[in-house]
Design a protein around this ligand. Structure first.
Ligand SMILES: NC(=O)c1ccc[n+]([C@@H]2O[C@H](COP(=O)([O-])OP(=O)(O)OC[C@H]3O[C@@H](n4cnc5c(N)ncnc54)[C@H](O)[C@@H]3O)[C@@H](O)[C@H]2O)c1
Length: 420
């Protein structure tokens, strides 16, 4: 049987691992992207995402993968999957510019019989009300009759050694049964458990429920961490105890705030649409945002209080931030709460330094900060060391023992570190 062809539109954190999975499953894969420098880099055999190495890209190439900026590859594809960014625009509203642009590109090159799938996280109704009309207008074809259309949210857990594309069940909802089945047929070649859904809106909303659930539960423990501190109750021990319950409880940890491309952004897509269509707020999301956004300032307040116990002002003290990415053991800095922590520290006159094994230099308020070269020396020199991300490579016992004061926002460092 001839090899089937898939075009993955957007070769970022989501599209590139998907291209790898499809290539390994025997698809001829085109990685279509608008960023020429990225396409060149990929074709030279270099990866730009944490979960794929250069060797992975070279293996993909040996399986027929090519990155390209040429949209004509769409006309030769059995399946086209759109994985472009869905950021927030002015005033926190959804910015569907990339989804619309990619839909036009796909529509301009679409031929009858193709399956088009949207993976970008977005508000309910986007596939049907935004993507479908653009595809139909640009191609002159009809969804359902001439081409299949489905929504299938990405569930990647960056850096996870346990869950990847293969063993994470994947939702897919089509505009009709044939579209759902076409999506199942595609993903079924490399996903153990495709989960067909009754509709595209339900598949879109399921993704937003997953992320909102996480956002709200992180806010819950963050709020509890603040008042437990005042009540002299150890929140980390509270969570350790509660999580021994084998049913009806799921563990979430406090921290310096939420980061990454999903949690701080996706729930806004849902709350925006609820307000837009129904005129009332999605109160859980708004409350979770308020609490999670307050955490960077709370971390700085705690740093100030710890210095105060040592009769030192925050103004003029050196504060070393360890781990500035949004998640442990990955290099992704998107929406990392380390930025507002550093900004507030600077506002209050602190001398901010940083170390992260995965980041060479860091921009705060438009100015570059170079990474401390000698970690042990930097820890000894700093007035306060703050663990924002407990990367695996940090020997927290040694670092805690060497610091004058250590505040650990992740609850993993041993005494004499102080936990958030
Ligand atoms: N990163 C994650 O962990 C994650 C997890 C689940 C869902 N998502 C969702 O997946 C989508 C993609 O996220 P990402 O993290 O891969 O983004 P990304 O920024 O890493 O990559 C997106 C890529 O799309 C390209 N692009 C933009 N407009 C384009 C166009 N019109 N045509 C072709 N290429 C275009 C960009 O050049 C970029 O390379 C978003 O909706 C995001 O919310 C991301």
């Amino acid at each position: 049987m001839a090899k089937k062809t898939a075009t993955i539109v957007g070769q970022g954190y989501v599209g590139l691992p998907l291209a790898q999975a499809a290539a390994r499953a025997g698809w001829t894969v085109h990685g279509l992207d608008v960023t020429e420098s990225l396409v060149d880099m990929l074709n030279e055999g270099h990866s730009h995402v944490d979960d794929l190495s250069d060797a992975d890209i070279q293996e993909m190439q040996s399986l027929g993968y090519r990155a390209t900026t040429d949209p004509s590859v769409i006309a030769n594809s059995d399946v086209v999957v759109v994985c472009v960014p869905t950021p927030l625009g002015a005033g926190g509203s959804p910015d569907l510019g990339a989804v619309k642009g990619a839909s036009r590109t796909v529509g301009d090159n679409l031929v009858s019989g193709t399956t088009v799938i949207l993976e970008s996280t977005t508000y309910p109704g986007t596939t049907e009300d935004v993507v479908k009309p653009i595809l139909e207008m640009a191609s002159g074809l009809a969804a359902g009759a001439d081409f299949q259309l489905a929504y299938s949210p990405e569930r990647v857990d960056p850096g996870s050694k346990k869950f990847g594309i293969k063993n994470t069940p994947k939702l897919m909802g089509g505009i009709d049964d044939a579209s759902t089945q076409a999506a199942v047929a595609f993903y079924g070649t490399f996903v153990d458990q495709p989960v067909p859904m009754d509709g595209m809106r339900e598949a879109e909303t399921a993704k937003l429920l997953e992320n909102t659930f996480r956002h709200v539960n992180i806010a819950l423990v963050n709020e509890m961490s603040k008042f437990c501190k005042e009540l002299n109750i150890d929140i980390w021990e509270v969570i350790r105890g509660a999580s021994t319950k084998p049913f009806g409880f799921m563990k979430f940890m406090p921290g310096p705030g939420v980061g990454g491309h999903c949690i701080p952004i996706d729930p806004n897509y849902l709350s925006y649409e609820v307000r837009n269509q129904l005129g009332y707020p999605f109160r859980f999301v708004e409350l979770a945002q308020e609490i999670n956004n307050s955490m960077p300032r709370y971390v700085v307040d705690r740093v100030g209080a710890l210095l105060n116990e040592h009769r030192k002002p925050l103004n003029g003290s050196s504060v070393l931030l360890l781990g500035i990415t949004y998640k442990a053991d990955i290099a992704d800095q998107r929406e990392s709460p380390a930025i507002p922590v550093a900004e507030v520290l600077r506002e209050r006159g602190a001398d901010v330094r940083f170390h992260d094994p995965l980041v060479d230099s860091w921009k705060v308020d438009g100015t570059e900060i170079a990474r401390e070269q000698d970690l042990d020396q930097a820890v000894r020199d700093a007035d306060v060391v703050v663990i924002l991300q407990a990367h695996d490579s940090y020997d927290l016992e040694r670092l805690a023992a060497a610091s004058k004061i250590m505040l650990d926002t992740r609850g993993t460092a041993p005494k004499p570190a102080v936990l958030l």
